[in-house]
Write a protein of this length. Structure first.
Length: 137
């Protein structure tokens, strides 16, 4: 009896979204590249990344300010257009309106002139300043 030599088969692996999956679970990634004329890469520390991720806490102040001012304006229109016979109900509406204006304007001023919005901008400026000046420009 003669034994037939076994043919070596080249295994075929599935290709999913340009990634060929081999039997060792390694991935081969096909990369198509459209080059830039210039690419600036900035290295940042973990702390700097966390500061940029957090963003500005002032956006919460702005949101509360706008909500309170909206409530105050609505309460003002209600007080002007609706006759309220009871003194206690009028006092409650007036109190809500007053607090809405006072706290809303206070939060708006803090948002406009606060320093925390500047901290993210200052950090980004500091990171950009690390890039050496290109003398070819």
């Amino acid at each position: 009896m003669s034994e037939e030599p076994e043919e070596k088969k080249t295994p075929t692996f599935p290709v999913i979204n340009g990634i060929e999956i081999s039997e060792t679970d390694e991935y081969t990634l096909k990369v198509r590249r459209a080059p830039f004329s210039e690419l600036a890469v900035y290295e940042i520390s973990e702390y700097e990344l966390e500061v940029l991720e957090r963003g500005s806490p002032d956006s919460v102040k702005l949101n509360f300010s706008l909500a309170l001012l909206s409530i105050a304006i609505t309460s003002t229109l209600t007080l002007l257009t609706t006759p309220i016979p009871s003194g206690k109900v009028f006092q409650a509406w007036f109190t809500v309106t007053s607090f809405g204006y006072i706290i809303g304007i206070y939060l708006l001023v803090i948002w406009l002139f606060g320093n925390s919005r500047q901290s993210a901008k200052a950090l980004a400026k500091k990171i950009r300043e690390r890039m050496p000046v290109d003398k070819n420009d």
